[in-house]
Every structure is written in structure tokens, then in C-alpha cells.
Design a protein around this ligand. Structure first.
Ligand code: AKG
Length: 239
């Protein structure tokens, strides 16, 4: 059985301060080569066992309308989302319940403990639609300013295949309102007009996060972000 010796979960004070100020941090080389193979194999196995079923116990398939988004046809080609793989696959369960991940997330959230709302595999298919501006927490059934998301890159996330662009400091100014992820790229600014006049060129040039495979990105659930492109013949995989 693989020993998870590397999993780089150490946080320096500088990183914690950076997270509080900017709403995200990146841990490069979070996984070593052996761990990356284990994560990829486990996710691929867990996804294939699901046979397209998005959530355990529900009959919704990844291409179906999940009731969260106004335009299911468009949304079904943004990404494939398979939720709570820990409930259907023991290898994923072991990865998700690793206490070092929990400790790292709790340290960033400034709490003594943390609960997982859900785990998910997100697959950007070849030539997928862009992901419009959004924030995460309104998709969940609780509202908590310290909530955060973790992205483990199982492929590189590049400009072409859909890396993430963000509005710095937005996690301090947003609320629970969200229009969903629609074809209308700027729908979120109806709720957050203070950001509607952002200099998009500046965002695109300066505030992008290109992730190398096996790195980890943690970001605030109230952080406004967009993944404008998915235009790549191979797509990408993340956990
Ligand atoms: O992986 C994706 O493209 C979806 C990403 C997303 O919605 C997010 O991380 O905010």
C-alpha cells in the first residue's frame, strides 16, 4: 500500500496571510509522482464505476438538468461533475479523510476543525464551454464565510484548457447571492455591480492561476472567479 509521505500540506505564516488577503494559495508539488498516480487511478476508477451518475442515490446523470442552473443544455457541456466519490469508492474515501488535508483546510479557515461538504471530480471535456463568473458557497446548503474549496490538479490547468481567473479581494465583498453558471458570462454582476466595471484585460493578464499537475489550489468559497476557456482537444481532470 502506498505511503503518503510527501503530501505537501505544510503552511507557512506567509501563506496563511496571503490566503486571508488574496483568497487563495497554491501548494506546488503537493503530490509526488507515486501519489499522483494513485490519485489519478483512484479518481478514474471511481468515475468509471459511477457510469455517469452524478450523486450517489440520485438518478441524475452528468448530462442531465440538476435543477441548479438556468440553462441545462449549456451547463452540461461546461464540466462533468461527479459528487461524493468517497461514498462509492474506498480509495477516494481514504484520500478524502486524510487528516493532514483537514488540518491544512482548518488552519486556513482559522478553525480547530472542519467538515467536508462534498468531494467531486471535475472533468473538463475537450472543447467544453467556459465556466462563467461565479462563487461556490451559494451552491451549498450552508453559508459560512470561512468555507473554502480545494482543487487538486490531476492535469495541468492552462490558459487553453480552462485555468482560473479571479477578482482579487472579492471574497471579502460578496454575499450568498449567485445566478448559477449560465451562458451569460457576466450574470453574476447583477448581484455584485461593484465589480461590473473591472478591467477585464487586467484580470486576464494578471489574475490568472496556471496550475501544474500535482499541485493544489485552495480558495475562498466567496471568491469571484471565471474559467473563460475550455478550448482544448484533450480537456483536463481535477479532484
Ligand atoms: O474545473 C472547472 O472547470 C470548474 C471549476 C469551478 O467551477 C471552480 O473551481 O470554481
Amino acid at each position: 500500500m502506498i505511503q503518503y509521505l510527501n503530501m505537501n500540506t505544510t503552511l507557512t505564516t506567509d501563506k496563511i496571510i496571503f490566503f486571508q488577503e488574496n483568497g487563495f494559495i497554491i501548494q506546488e508539488n503537493f503530490l509526488n509522482d507515486e501519489e499522483l498516480i494513485e490519485w489519478r487511478t483512484a479518481v478514474t476508477e471511481a468515475v468509471s464505476e459511477r457510469n455517469g451518475l452524478k450523486i450517489p442515490g440520485q438518478m441524475i446523470k452528468t448530462d442531465d438538468d440538476d435543477g441548479n442552473n438556468e440553462d441545462p443544455e449549456y451547463f452540461s457541456n461546461v464540466f462533468d461533475q461527479l459528487i461524493n466519490l468517497w461514498q462509492t469508492n474506498d480509495r477516494i474515501r481514504k484520500l478524502m479523510l486524510d487528516e493532514r488535508l483537514g488540518k491544512m483546510a482548518a488552519t486556513l479557515a482559522g478553525t480547530t476543525g472542519i467538515r467536508i461538504w462534498h468531494d467531486q471530480a471535475l472533468i473538463k471535456r475537450p472543447w467544453a464551454n467556459p465556466t462563467a463568473w461565479h462563487l461556490d458557497t451559494p451552491f451549498w446548503s450552508f453559508s459560512e464565510r470561512n468555507a473554502l474549496s480545494i482543487w487538486v490538479a490531476l492535469d495541468d490547468a492552462t490558459v487553453e484548457n480552462g485555468c482560473l481567473y479571479f477578482i482579487p479581494g472579492s471574497h471579502k465583498k460578496t454575499s450568498f447571492q449567485n445566478p448559477g453558471i449560465t451562458k451569460n458570462m457576466n450574470a453574476v454582476f447583477k448581484y455584485y455591480p461593484q465589480f461590473a466595471n473591472i478591467n477585464l484585460l487586467e484580470v486576464l493578464l494578471l489574475n490568472l492561476i496556471i496550475l501544474k499537475v500535482s499541485s493544489l489550489l485552495q480558495y475562498q468559497a466567496y471568491f469571484l472567479r471565471v474559467l473563460p476557456l475550455g478550448w482544448h482537444p484533450e480537456g483536463r481532470l481535477r479532484k
